[in-house]
Design a protein around this ligand. Structure first.
Ligand SMILES: [Fe+2]
Length: 280
């Protein structure tokens, strides 16, 4: 942290009580402020048969999600909040923009269904493939490891904009970010695990990913993301000798993707995340 002077400046910038800190450093603690609380002290959430879920702790005022967030802070919903907390600049501050009635359950499902690309795939048991097949598989893995990460980057664009009062919506988006990171992981591992390696990253795919990243709404980006360029091979440039006759549909719904309309009471942002949750 630097010199005592710079430490003092840093401390003052954060608005800490220097006198209290100095008394604490001498061992003169006063923890009375911990008991000076207006929150619902004494709450005891009861776990259900599957454990302590988000729905189990959505009780009392802690479970009251405001239609419009009164503050733009990271203060946990239901906590006591200092009157001089800074404005952190969230831009999505309305429940209707991010919430879904089953959002808490979707988060629990996403967490419970996590798997490990390191442990759960028998990487050492891959059969030796014909070189042409291995090349094709590696090229497919290259493209997929390329496009999967955009499905992390895109929801991450919204994470920091969503007000902390809707923290469960942010948490669900985090599962999406993690899930797509694992998809990138598994395809990168596939390319490198069977005697091949990474293939070509094409300009066509990169332009498509740029379209997704540049989307102005979560719905728009989700719709673009469901239009996979994987079925429309990029036109190779010499000296590659891929077939120029290959041309597939540039828009295809991913297997297992559920329509957003199935998610009850869904907002535009939550429906985007929920729809992608069906792609796990
Ligand atoms: Fe994915």
């Amino acid at each position: 942290m630097g010199s005592p002077a710079s430490r003092r400046g840093y401390t003052m910038a954060l608005g800490l009580d220097l006198d209290y800190l100095e008394r604490s450093a001498r061992g003169e603690f006063d923890l009375g402020w911990l008991r000076d609380s207006d929150s619902e002290w004494g709450v005891r959430a009861k776990p259900g048969k599957t454990g302590l879920t988000l729905r189990d702790i959505a009780i009392g005022s802690y479970g009251e999600v405001p239609d419009h967030a009164p503050l733009r802070t990271m203060a946990p919903r239901g906590s006591d909040i200092d009157p001089d907390v800074p404005d952190l600049g969230y831009t999505i501050n309305d429940k209707s923009e991010v919430w879904s009635d089953n959002l808490l359950d979707l988060y629990e499902e996403a967490v419970s269904r996590q798997w490990s690309a390191t442990r759960d795939i028998p990487w050492g048991d891959q059969p030796e493939l014909d070189p042409d097949i291995e090349h094709a598989m590696c090229q497919l893995a290259t493209v997929l490891s390329e496009v999967e990460m955009v499905a992390s980057d895109f929801p991450a664009k919204w994470l920091w904009r969503i007000n902390h009062d809707y923290v469960e919506a942010k948490m669900l988006h985090c599962t999406q970010v993690m899930d797509e990171a694992r998809h990138t992981e598994v395809f990168r591992k596939r390319a490198l695990a069977n005697g091949g390696g990474l293939g070509r990253a094409s300009a066509v795919v990169e332009r498509f990913l740029q379209l997704i990243l540049d989307a102005q709404s979560c719905d728009e980006g989700s719709a673009r993301a469901s239009c996979s360029p994987c079925s429309a091979p990029a036109r190779p440039s010499p000296p590659h000798r891929w077939s120029s006759k290959s041309s597939g549909s540039a828009c295809r719904t991913r297997p297992g993707m559920r329509p957003a309309a199935r998610f009850s009471g869904g907002s535009r942002v939550a429906n985007g995340a929920a729809a992608r949750a069906g792609d796990r």
